[in-house]
Structure formats: C-alpha cells, structure tokens
Design a binder for this molecule. Structure first.
Ligand code: NDP
Length: 323
C-alpha cells in the first residue's frame, strides 16, 4: 500500500511516498481502509522532532475515517464494512491503518467520511477545551488564538454556543472574516496590533476568564497578561514553537492564575468519554449548529505541500489527505 513516512526528522521535504505492506491486525485491533486522513499540527511536531517518534521509518498521521477491512481476535464492537473514524490510528497517512478497536467510533448516517475525518481530532479537542479542561460558562469571556485555524473555527463555534463572548486572534483580513463568520465577537490581528492591549481595551480593562493558547512561544507571556484575576491559561499547542520553562511565580504576579497543558488523549481515555465527545460533535454537525470548513484537500502524495502550507500560516480550517 502507499503511505507517507519519514526516515529522519526535518522539514516537509522528509515526507515521502513509500510502498509498504498493509499493517497486520493484532488481537483487539481493526484494520481500516482509509477514505480521508486528517492533517494536524501535531503531525508536524513528529516530523520536525519536537515530539519523538518511536522508530524510523515512521508513518505519520493519527486521524482518519474509512471502512473496516478486517478485525483482530476478540473484537466485537465493530464489524467488517462498518464506517468508522478515529483520532488514534498508528500511521493514518496511508491507504490502510490499524487501531485498537475501542478507539474507533461509528460514523452516523448523514455525516460523510471526509467530514468525520475532519472532526475527530480537532472537533473533540475543541469539545474538551470548553468541557473538561476549562468548563466554559455563559457570560465568560474567552480569548482564542489562531481563530481561523482548524481548532480555532470549531472552538469559537462551541464557545459561542455555550454563551461566551469570544475574542480571537488572526493574521489576515480574510482570516478575520472567517473567524467572525464562526461567531467571534471581536478579532485582533496580532501581527499588527498588541493583542494584550486590545484585549484590555475590549474588556474595559477587566481581562478574560480563559485564554486558549495553541500558538505558544510568541503568545504565552502576553496571554497571561490578558487574564482577569484567577483566570485560566490553557496552553494546548506550539504552532510558533514551544513555550520555554517559566517561573510559576508569574501565575501569582498576574492574579493567582490557573495554568494547564492538556492533550486530547487524556480526555478520550475511556470508551465512554470517547463516545460522548464524538457523538456530541457529530450531533452538532447534523443539527447544523457546528459547521466544518474543509477547504484544503490534497492527494496522499502531496503531504509535503500540505505541511508547508500549514506551517506557512497559509491555510484555514481543516486539511485532509485523500489516499
Ligand atoms: P491551525 O489550523 O490552527 O494552524 C496553526 C495556526 O497557528 C496558523 O494558521 C496561524 O494562524 C497560527 N500561527 C501563529 N503563529 C504561527 C507560526 N509562527 N507558525 C505557524 N502558525 C502560526 O492548526 P490546527 O488546528 O491543526 O492546530 C492548532 C493548534 O492546536 C496546534 O498548535 C496544535 O498542536 C494544537 N492542538 C492541540 C491538541 C491538544 O489536545 N493539545 C489537539 C489538537 C491540536 P494565524 O495566521 O491566524 O496566526
């Protein structure tokens, strides 16, 4: 089968198309014929070496949707031919990938496999960010960085549905328009304006209850200064680079802040939690309260171009690979 693998860490040029055997299915696993794979920022961390890969060659990608091709011993929850999706595949940039069967969710009728692939990782992330990591309440004011990104557009919509006021940061007028369309009350071009000063101005000096910061290195310090007393700093990504080690005393100096560094696996760790989050996201898409933006689809062989565009801030919404 065709798959995109890396043999060393590096830039997008280390992504290359390989012909490798279809993975063997072990007990408790399922093999899925992939219809669409999601590209996520985390894939760039494994490619670059920010996150360690277990071995080379390494097939990138964790998120995909497709049809069950075969199941290993002991699997009863799903059957051959079922339409399924997961954010936990081992090597989703491929024509086939295996996954523990309890990490799969059935795709409901009315949701396409492409949309399911687009929703699993970023949709469930947006879900846990408002429900689990910081429990967003009606009347809260939230700052969402990279508001026109894959997670950003979904998070903005879910936060608005909870009754929060949402301020986003974006880098172009086009991204501002998309973020507004997703429901943002205010957008700030953080490449031109000081977002800390803008957030204070918009909130009449009060600051926000929560900052959802996936940008990291270039934003974290000012993010802390955007928070109101006892506000929550939720750092969930490193799109501009990793946040350096910092003195926890900063949290006291900025108003007894809470800081967390959540990751999706801990919020879908049990089959019940996985089912609850995925079914709520699918339901929101089906009832029209959550819209998906899948503007960028690439053939599997073009994974390097997709990574280049994602890292160049040239994309909005979800990026999919089509094997
Ligand atoms: P995005 O579509 O949000 O792309 C990243 C965006 O970050 C860019 O479009 C850009 O938006 C902004 N950005 C700001 N500075 C930079 C920079 N120096 N280089 C590149 N981008 C920059 O990606 P995803 O939706 O896939 O992921 C968003 C973030 O969420 C990532 O950091 C990812 O790691 C994190 N994440 C974390 C999860 C978790 O559980 N912890 C799960 C899923 C995602 P703009 O041009 O508007 O500034």
């Amino acid at each position: 089968m065709k798959a995109i693998a890396i043999e060393r860490n590096g830039g997008p040029d280390v992504l290359s198309l390989h012909d490798i055997p279809v993975p063997e299915v072990r007990p408790g696993e399922a093999l899925v014929k992939i219809e669409a794979s999601g590209i996520n920022y985390i894939d760039t961390y494994f490619r670059s070496g920010l996150y360690k890969v277990p071995q080379f060659p390494f097939v990138l990608g964790r998120e995909a949707a497709g049809t069950v091709e075969s199941v290993g011993a002991g699997v009863e929850s799903i059957a051959v031919g079922d339409r399924v999706a997961s954010a936990s595949f081992a090597g989703a940039y491929a024509e086939y990938a295996s996954v523990p069967a309890d990490q799969l969710v059935p795709i409901p009728d009315g949701v396409s496999s492409r949309d399911a692939a687009a929703l699993m990782l970023q949709g469930m992330t947006a879900h846990y960010l408002i429900d689990g990591s910081y429990d967003l309440k009606k009347g809260d004011v939230a700052l969402v960085h990279a508001g026109a990104g894959g997670v950003g557009l979904l998070l903005t919509q879910l936060a608005k549905a909870r009754g929060a006021t949402v301020i986003t940061t974006i880098s172009t007028p086009e991204k501002a328009a998309l973020s507004k369309k997703a429901g943002a009350d205010h957008t700030i071009d953080y490449t031109k304006l000081d977002f800390q000063a803008e957030v204070r101005r918009i909130t009449d000096g009060a600051g926000v209850h929560v900052v959802y910061d996936s940008v990291g290195k270039t934003t974290w310090e000012k993010s802390l200064k955007c928070l109101r007393r006892r506000g929550s700093f939720v750092l969930f990504g490193a799109s501009s680079g990793a946040v350096p080690p910092f003195d926890l005393q900063l949290l006291a100096q900025n108003g007894s802040l809470f800081a967390s560094r959540p990751t999706l696996v801990d919020f879908i760790a049990t089959p019940d939690e996985l089912r609850r989050r995925s079914s709520e996201i699918f339901a929101a898409v089906l009832d029209g309260s959550l819209s998906l933006r899948v503007e960028h689809t690439y053939p599997l062989a073009d994974a390097a171009r997709a990574h280049t565009e994602l890292e160049a801030r040239a994309t909005t919404g979800k990026l999919l690979l089509l094997p």
